[in-house]
Write a protein that binds this ligand. Structure first.
Ligand SMILES: C[S@@+](CC[C@H](N)C(=O)[O-])C[C@H]1O[C@@H](n2cnc3c(N)ncnc32)[C@H](O)[C@@H]1O
Length: 486
């Protein structure tokens, strides 16, 4: 008889607290591991339970959570931003300049001489580029041996799944000890020494930076968002984190994205003898595709175009999810508000009449702001989470004088309004004399403002002056509470 039949399952033992102050249960670890695998292809072994606990502890602390179950629920059901933080915490990003330097010798001695006779064009992908040491090493090698002045056209795609390391790659700023393996002559030639807050660091010069395109690419997504056939794919010390089946799928896709005379370069412990039907080894973990690379490259994923709206004077618009809101501003102001958790946000574009009237004219601004906040809340934004960026308020109108500066009235108003409402202002571009074009992505809160001049500005000034005259008439005969401006 089975002595265990009909007995209660053993309760899961309480885990011992880790040095981080948190404890992770076995089932929590299993679920986290599965979720990470589904999202990234990374397979964690049983021995990684403590590592997961210590790396995710800061996220639990950040959200004031007590258990990994609660955190996993947040990651699964919450916003994309936390899913990204989760991934960023669990990737392993170890890298170095000139790591496995024989691969850069191979580039110099084999790839570049061949390309020299074949149109002087090279496309290289650093897939899993981490903090950028690999693509910048590639860039130095290319700059040294493929001068643009000699007609070379060379580009490097640097991609990773981890947004924190991609930001570091974009910056291209490294502590002095990180560049210890860069030959001194190259260091002097291609890096600037940091000053002020960057003392002790070095920054890659634009001639390296401009060779590199930095993109987030999850190697598991299919298809990838480009159709390039590369001359060389560097994917070193990345597939080691994937299981055999994931590696097979990925490497087959790499073959389809390689030029027939191209190369795949892996890390020293990533041997591919078991894929001999697809790749021929050339030694030193460099491989050449065997399969016919006439295989068509799958059509790239084309993201749904974001909603796009142009906001004109007197307008207000709120959206949920990817969107682009644009406006042109002279003396008017535009408040861009957003709820970072839900991806809801909106923009308005308004002006006060520009008279000293004991506060009557401020009602026009208050109305514009209330319309915006209400529109954002109707889309599901939470007032207590709103943040703002504000733009405009230039001194551009022909009617302006020392006593009448509509732009600065608008600026003062909008900042005071947001302050009174307790909505933090994360960014502003106010004042000046040139007008602005503003592009705002409400779902991320990102905004860009570019100065505007010439004909665009004169057209705006004309409209704003006409609008100002209309508003003045209304102020002279102020309506009761029923302000219908928009
Ligand atoms: C150890 S680093 C290797 C860096 C560099 N290639 C080198 O060899 O020095 C591995 C990188 O692969 C990235 N990675 C892991 N899974 C990925 C995936 N599914 N898609 C894209 N990048 C991934 C990680 O974020 C990490 O930065």
């Amino acid at each position: 008889m089975n002595p265990h039949a009909d007995t209660e399952p053993e309760p899961e033992p309480e885990p011992a607290a880790h040095a981080s102050g948190f404890a992770i249960r076995d089932h929590e670890f299993r679920e986290i591991r599965q979720f990470l695998y589904d999202e990234t292809g990374i397979s964690l072994g049983d021995s990684k339970q403590d590592m997961v606990c210590s790396r995710l502890a800061k996220r639990l602390r950040h959200h004031g959570l007590r258990s990994f179950d609660e955190y996993l629920r947040l990651v699964r059901e919450g916003d994309a931003a936390e899913r990204q933080e989760f991934i960023n915490c669990l990737t392993t990003n170890k890298t170095d300049f000139f790591r496995e330097s024989h691969h850069f010798d191979f580039l110099r001695d084999t790839v570049i001489p061949y390309a020299r006779g074949k149109g002087k064009r090279l496309r290289i992908w650093s897939a899993g580029c981490s903090t950028g040491e690999e693509p910048y090493t590639l860039a130095m090698t290319l700059r040294e041996h493929c001068p643009a002045s000699d007609g070379w056209d060379v580009r490097i795609l640097a991609s990773d799944i981890d947004t924190a390391v991609l930001a570091a790659t974009e910056r291209g700023v490294y502590a002095a000890d990180r560049v210890a393996d860069v030959p001194v002559a190259l260091l002097h030639k291609y890096f600037r020494r940091g000053a002020g807050a960057n003392t002790g660091k070095v920054a890659a010069k634009p001639e390296l930076r401009e060779l590199i395109t930095v993109r987030q690419v999850n190697l598991m997504e299919d298809p990838w968002p480009f159709r390039t056939r590369f001359d060389v794919i560097f994917c070193r010390n990345v597939v080691i984190y994937f299981d055999r089946e994931t590696q097979r799928r990925l490497l087959t896709r790499f073959a389809a994205h390689l030029d027939p005379r191209g190369y795949l370069v892996l890390g020293h412990s990533e041997n591919m003898h078991w894929m001999a039907d697809t790749f021929a080894p050339l030694g030193g973990t460099v491989y050449r595709p065997r399969v016919s690379t006439d295989t068509p490259i799958p059509r790239p994923f084309v993201p749904k175009p974001a909603e796009e709206h142009t906001i004109i004077l007197g307008d207000v618009k709120a959206t949920r999810g990817p969107a682009l809101l644009k406006t042109l501003l002279g003396s008017c102001v535009s408040a861009c508000i957003f709820d970072p958790k839900t991806g809801v946000g909106g923009m308005n574009h308004f002006s006060l009449p520009g008279v000293s009237d004991g506060g009557v004219s401020a009602r026009y601004g208050a109305h514009a702001m209330e319309l915006l906040i209400t529109a954002v809340m109707k889309k599901g934004g939470d007032r207590s989470r709103l943040r703002a960026k504000v733009f405009g308020g230039g001194k551009v109108l022909n009617i302006e004088s020392e006593h009448l500066n509509v732009g600065s009235q608008n600026t003062e108003f909008v900042l005071k309004y947001l302050g009174d409402e307790g909505i933090p202002v994360d960014g502003q571009c106010l004042g000046g004399t040139r007008g602005l074009i503003v592009r705002f992505h409400p779902h991320t809160g990102q905004a860009q403002a570019k100065p505007l001049g010439g004909r665009d500005l004169s057209r705006i000034v004309e409209k704003e002056e006409a609008f100002g005259r209309e508003l003045l008439q209304k102020v002279e005969t102020p309506p009761d509470d029923d302000i219908t401006l928009f």
